[in-house]
Each structure stands twice: as C-alpha cells, then as structure tokens.
Design a protein. Sequence first.
Length: 174
Amino acid sequence: MRKALLAITATAAVAALGFAVAGLASSSSTSQAFQATSEETNESTTETAKPTSWRSALNTRAEVPKPAGVKATAAGTFSLTVTEKGDAYSGKYSLSFRNLTGKAVAAHIHRGKPGKAGPVVLALCGPCTSGKRGTASISNTVLSAMKAGNAYVNVHTAKNKAGEIRGQVTKVGS
C-alpha cells in the first residue's frame, strides 16, 4: 500500500511540476507578446512630425488693388512654422512691418494666386502691432493653398482697407 501511495504521490508531483512548467512557459510567451505589443505601440506614439517653415516678404508692389498714398519703404515680413500631428496642424508665426500709412487694423492669410485678390482663410491679428507673435490652428484649406503657392499675407490699414502690403507665402527649403 505504501508503494502504491508513494507512486500516486510521485505521479501527482510530476504532473503538478509539468503544469507549473507549462504555466511558466505560457506566462513567459504571453509576457513576451505583451512586451512586443508595447514596444510597437511606443514606436508609433513617439513619432514626431517634422515642422515645416514658411515665409513671406511683404511690399506695396504685390498688393491688389494697388494701395493709395503709401511710401515706397512700406514693407514687412511674415514667418510661420507648421507642425503636423495626425490630421491636425498648428502654427507659430511672427509678423513685422514698417512705414505704413497708419496703424495696422488687421492682417490675414488669404487664398489667392500672385496678382489676384482672394478670400481670407486665416485671421492673424486685428488690430496689429509690428513684431506680433502668435499661434494658430492651420486648416487643410490653408496648408493646401500654401503648398500650391496660392496663399498670401497682407496687412490692412484704415487708408488701405483692402490691404497695404502683401507677399505670397513660400516654403523655406525643400
């Protein structure tokens, strides 16, 4: 009887050990599978979009219709850095200008080809001061127009309500 009990106990111990080893192997492969999934997830969530830079040199010659009573030295600069994150775009911009006929009442990005007036697609400021820095949500409409070369920035004054200085927005670099 003692031999039979010892044999049953040994068989049970071997079976338990087999289940334990199988459980560890299963746990280990589950852990490895989870770790691989985590690593894959980390790779995709840590991607950062490369910002693109845009600029515009504003002057009176580019404005349509031609502004009235402006100085030849009226000019400005606009720069924009756009960051893409998924389907959303954000931008940081700076706008400077000088020698306008009066205070800048507004500045916008418009959709339009060179030499053609177009609709406002993004308000930048109003009223504006030279050296203005800001942030803006950039829509697909704005970004598409800029990529196609069909976007311009202009600064409006009380004397030149349609715009006093203007410049097409171009991508910096390639």
